[in-house]
Design a protein around this ligand. Structure first.
Ligand SMILES: Cc1cc2nc3c(=O)[nH]c(=O)nc-3n(C[C@H](O)[C@H](O)[C@H](O)COP(=O)(O)OP(=O)(O)OC[C@H]3O[C@@H](n4cnc5c(N)ncnc54)[C@H](O)[C@@H]3O)c2cc1C
Length: 568
């Protein structure tokens, strides 16, 4: 057996972003080895069966990746990925259950019918927004934000040169109301311009908060708005559960010759003379070789803090840099989850119930018409740093993938994935275990909230319940520092050219040949296959890769050379 094998590239971690870059680089013909700490690859794209036949997603469930170039570039369909379209994506009920809002890319009739509950003007407004999704300009807008690497240092700071400003100016309808003041706005500010009803404002703010930046975060309005477009653009979920997305990417990587080691935590990224040389695996790894070398690059799919505070020996890092990595803000994106197996879907009261029975949706939100409740929930989690304690701080989100995907559970049952936002364990004012300790109390509050809106959410309908707190998330997935699905806070000073820190924004690090490919890099959380795509641009430059004709870069990509030579 060869001692200390060599690869072109070693990837630390097999989450969606690690698998994505493994697939891309293997497809370029490089000799790649991916080391995953857990028994199974997938990271946050996990599907489990706590009871055989009943599939639960502890983390990712909504697919936001519809506009990703990876679908075609990696040919994921050929490797087993099938999507199930959601005829009606989401419905949300008002406090009195007399009205709903409805989002659906594929069912304009449902959108129109819900819109009319608010008046003809709202119906027309909502329909018009959905027509934008069908345009090439919408895909281009999404790609300009999520599938474009941040520009290099020294590039223009003129707003007109920003990719998404160029793209938004072509976006039908939105271009009529956009001006540069949007760049400083929050999602909430933008909803005040584009929405007339409180329910629309609450709905958009929730969708943005659950997908990206917090809705009051200044300077993040356009990103948040785009996040809401991402959900609607995809309007579909992977057949069988989110793990099948990771599996298809893994199969693509394997088909192109990648080596994947599971159960193999990387304990150290080996650095010599300021250059990444390889990795040292834990003694528990079944791999015969505990030290593996990389000739071209080591890529960390682990959280930025795990990478620099745990894997790269601190003697190789500047003290100031080390401290700034430590200081990165984790607040935002930690969810308290309650999964339930039920015999019947929740039956909502009154007119909302009639609509929801007629148009069963993949997700529900309730209530949708009270901004104060949303602000209360946000203040509890992000300002007072505690979990919600009463119903006036509670807007419940419920995902129901089994409505459209029959493989999620046997006939006669449904799976409900319910969640609310809470602080990351490290920031909870009552200590990291606070949500775990209060788990029963929080579940009771969620159930009582359900019963205010639905007539059938008693013990006779609920077969089983499973709780997943952010603290649990950080144990089950070693990548989720803070149990946080965005890795770090998505805010102006930790996004784009600042994510996770300005000197790391282009995925390069102070260690030569060490690159980052985790959700803590731009454009952040969600299984978008965006970080690997963006990183590819940098690696094509640095490693002189020659991908085949399947590859196309972002039209907005700015290379270092173009800035250095003054071409741009
Ligand atoms: C509750 C919750 C709900 C979510 N919902 C959604 C959703 O609906 N839709 C969506 O798109 N996204 C969702 N997400 C976010 C999504 O799961 C993440 O954005 C995504 O998983 C990030 O991918 P990643 O590859 O960057 O990191 P991860 O998925 O964290 O993967 C990192 C991998 O690296 C491995 N690793 C870490 N350290 C080491 C080491 N030292 N050695 C070897 N391996 C290591 C980990 O085990 C892991 O497999 C959710 C997340 C949470 C927590």
């Amino acid at each position: 057996m060869s001692k200390n094998p060599r690869y072109d590239v070693i990837i630390v971690g097999g989450g969606p972003n690690g698998l994505g870059i493994a697939a891309y680089l293997s497809k370029c013909g490089l000799k790649v080895c991916l080391c995953e700490a857990r028994l199974e690859v997938g990271g946050g794209c996990e599907t489990i069966e706590p009871i055989p036949g009943f599939r639960i997603e502890p983390h990712a469930s909504y697919n936001y990746a519809g506009a990703s170039p990876a679908w075609e570039q990696l040919d994921l369909g050929r490797f087993g990925l099938r999507m199930v379209p959601a005829n009606v994506w989401g419905t949300a009920a008002t406090q009195d259950c007399k009205r709903v809002t409805c989002s659906s890319r594929w069912n304009p009739e449902a959108v129109r019918e819900a819109g009319r509950m608010w008046g003809e003007e709202v119906a027309q407004q909502t329909e018009a927004i959905y027509s934008v999704l069908e345009t090439q300009e919408c895909k281009d807008f999404l790609r300009s934000i999520f599938w474009t690497p941040p520009p290099p240092d020294g590039y223009s700071t003129d707003p007109d040169d920003l990719p998404w400003v160029k793209a938004i100016k072509n976006l039908p309808l939105i271009n009529l109301v956009y001006d540069h003041s949007w760049l400083d706005m929050s999602v909430l500010d933008i909803t005040n311009i584009i929405c007339s009803e409180e329910a629309q404002k609450v709905g958009l703010s929730i969708a943005a908060w659950d997908s990206g930046p917090e809705f009051t975060s200044k300077g993040m309005g356009i990103v948040g708005l785009a996040d809401t477009f991402l959900i609607m653009y995809a309007s579909a979920s992977p057949l069988g559960g989110f793990h099948s997305y990771a599996h298809a990417t893994m199969r693509c990587a394997l088909a192109h010759g990648c080596t994947i080691l599971t159960n193999s935590p990387v304990e150290e990224i080996i650095v010599e003379n300021g250059e990444a040389k390889g990795v040292r695996l834990a003694d528990t790894s079944p791999s015969a070789d505990k030290v593996i070398y990389a000739d071209k690059a080591v890529i960390s799919n682990a959280h930025v803090q795990k990478t620099f505070l745990e894997m790269v020996p601190s003697r190789h890092l500047d003290k100031g840099f080390y401290q700034r990595v430590k200081d990165i803000n984790l607040n935002g994106g930690s969810l308290f989850k309650l999964d339930m197996i039920v015999k019947e879907l929740p039956r909502f009261k009154d007119k909302a119930g009639e609509f929801m029975d007629k148009y069963p949706a993949c997700s529900n939100v309730f209530p949708v018409d009270n901004m104060e409740v949303l602000l209360n929930q946000r203040n509890a989690a992000n300002v007072e740093r505690r979990h919600a304690k009463s119903k006036d701080e509670m807007i419940l989100r419920c995902v129901r993938q089994s409505v459209y995907d029959p493989t999620r559970c046997p006939p006669g049952y449904h799976i409900l994935y319910n969640y609310i936002v809470v602080p990351p364990p490290e920031y909870h004012r009552d200590g990291p275990e606070a949500c775990n300790k209060a788990s029963e109390e929080i579940v009771d509050l969620m159930l009582s909230h359900f019963r205010d809106y639905c007539t059938n959410m008693g013990d006779d309908n609920i077969v089983a319940k499973y709780v997943c707190t952010p603290y649990d998330s950080s144990f089950r997935n070693v990548g989720f520092v803070g149990g946080n699905w965005q890795g770090i806070r998505a805010c102006e000073d930790q996004w784009g050219v600042n994510r996770p820190l300005p000197e790391l924004a282009r995925y390069r690090t102070p260690i030569d040949k060490l690159y980052l490919c985790n959700q803590t890099s731009h454009p952040g959380g969600l299984a978008l296959m965006a970080v690997p795509y963006c990183l590819m641009h940098i690696l094509i430059e640095d490693l002189d890769l020659k991908p085949g004709s399947w590859w196309y870069p972002s039209p907005y990509y700015i290379s270092d050379r173009e800035v250095k030579t003054g071409e741009i």
